[in-house]
Design a protein around this ligand. Structure first.
Ligand SMILES: *Cc1c(COP(=O)(O)O)cnc(C)c1O
Length: 443
């Protein structure tokens, strides 16, 4: 019998592209993505990884599974509320609605009554000022780092930013505040030492070359022991006497004090203590979209908003919409997770533990996102075998557990209660996969 090269039986591109299910996928996927999936399936067959008659079903499965975005929703079972690798704050239902509403044409820079151009992001600004009356004005930019760049550029480019050596921090993934500030053309004038800085250190540094004085909240670490720093309330009379702007980078984004996080700074208190401008992130404790908030004295905010750089750093309409809805709407998922009721957490955890036959251990959640490093959020976790973690991450839904001390821990603090059943399913699936894998190893 004549031997036919099986590769000649691989379905042709045109035939695969003409399949009805592939045609229907053109509504949700680009031609390029579809052709790529076709090439991948054919390539597998060409390399002998797939029988030619399997190309079509494998392609159909790949087309069905492919979505236009490769970002996958993840159930956060780590107990870390603001998880940078998971996109920081999950948005509230109000913010999601606002995002959808703003996704089309929207009056972000138009006064519908007069038909003339309006101030961009007026709604977000009004919501921020209502939530933080101590601020005379507010400006929203792309993120906290952008807010810092704008403030130091506009106030101190070519001049000095006076800052304590104890506050020259690295925030995460190599983001170092001193590098960022120097990239703006401002010079750092470091004062004090790593552990102690006094008012006289600032007083000695102030001079004709001072552009601003910067106070940075060392969000992600604490210095204990022989330390001292100058609080805003003691520094502000000095900067005011010299006519120099006092900028406070709070990091976290609390607009008002939160009794659960007594050491976390907030905008209202910082402004009351004499800061001229405060800087904060939108997607940390505020629980909103990525954004940088600048709140403070009207004259300085106006100066910042008129700086040419402001245009390069401006927030997009989606962020403005979600930020306004976060500030004006009900409690965000971040706030809910931080203040989760201990009894309810325990009952939810017990219920899953019983269904799965696994132990419950006490487990401290964290604020995360470089915030409130010393503050534990006491709660509980399901304790599972460590080997489960990878299966949970790659399962459907994807679940990110905490791997600690040889265990895989599931903390429900950051899981919406409606998703408990999905966690249960995901763990069952992962246990089944792990069982099969173990059996394979044993055999
Ligand atoms: C997080 C943080 C920033 C950076 O804010 P992003 O919104 O991440 O750009 C700046 N300063 C401090 C103190 C921070 O904690």
């Amino acid at each position: 019998m004549e031997h036919v090269d099986p590769r000649r039986r691989i379905p042709r591109t045109d035939d695969l592209l003409a399949l009805p299910a592939v045609g229907a996928a053109r509504k949700r996927l680009s031609e390029g993505v579809i052709r790529d999936l076709v090439r991948q399936a054919q390539g597998q067959a060409r390399r002998g990884e797939l029988a030619p008659d399997q190309v079509e079903p494998v392609l159909l499965a790949a087309v069905a599974a492919r979505t236009a975005t490769t970002l996958r929703p993840v159930l956060n079972a780590t107990g870390v509320v603001i998880h940078t690798n998971l996109g920081r704050a999950p948005l509230s239902a109000c913010a999601v609605e606002a995002l959808i509403a703003a996704s089309g044409y929207v009056d972000v820079e138009l006064d519908l009554a007069t038909g003339s151009r309006s101030r961009r992001g007026a709604g977000a600004r009004a919501a921020l000022l209502a939530a933080c009356p101590a601020a005379e004005d507010a400006l929203v930019v792309n993120n906290g780092a952008a807010a810092l760049v704008l403030a130091t550029t506009a106030l101190a480019a070519g001049r000095e930013v006076v800052v304590s050596r104890g506050e020259l921090v690295e925030i995460g993934a190599g983001f170092r505040l001193p590098d960022l500030i120097e990239s703006t053309g401002a010079r750092l004038h470091e004062v004090g030492t790593t552990n102690r800085t006094h008012l006289r250190d600032y007083a000695n540094a102030l001079g004709p070359d001072t552009g601003c004085v910067l106070k940075v909240h060392p969000s992600n670490f604490r210095v204990d022991g022989f330390t001292s720093a100058v609080p805003l309330g003691e520094l502000s009379p000095l900067t005011a006497a010299h006519g120099v702007a006092l900028v406070a980078d709070l990091g976290s984004g609390l607009l008002a004090p939160d009794p659960h996080l007594p050491e976390e700074p907030d905008a209202a208190t910082a402004l009351a203590n004499g800061a001229d401008v405060v800087i904060a992130s939108g997607d940390k404790l505020l629980g909103g979209p990525q954004a940088g908030l600048l709140l403070g004295r009207a004259e300085i905010i106006t100066r910042l908003s008129r700086h040419p750089l402001a245009r390069a750093l401006r927030a997009d309409k989606l962020a403005l919409a979600a930020l306004e809805a976060t500030v004006a709407g009900g409690p965000s998922p971040v706030v809910r997770a931080l203040h989760a009721d201990a009894g309810q957490l325990r009952r939810r955890t017990d219920k899953l533990a019983q269904a799965l036959g696994v132990p419950v251990v006490s487990h401290d959640g964290r604020v995360g996102g470089g915030g409130a490093p010393g503050v534990p959020l006491p709660g509980w976790a399901l304790r599972l075998p460590e080997g489960l973690a990878g299966h949970l991450r790659t399962g459907d839904p994807a679940v990110l557990p905490r791997v600690h001390d040889g265990s895989c821990l599931i903390d429900l603090r950051c899981v919406p209660p409606l998703d408990d059943e999905r966690i249960l399913d995901a763990v069952r699936q992962a246990l089944a996969t792990l069982g099969v894998a173990d059996a394979g190893k044993a055999g």
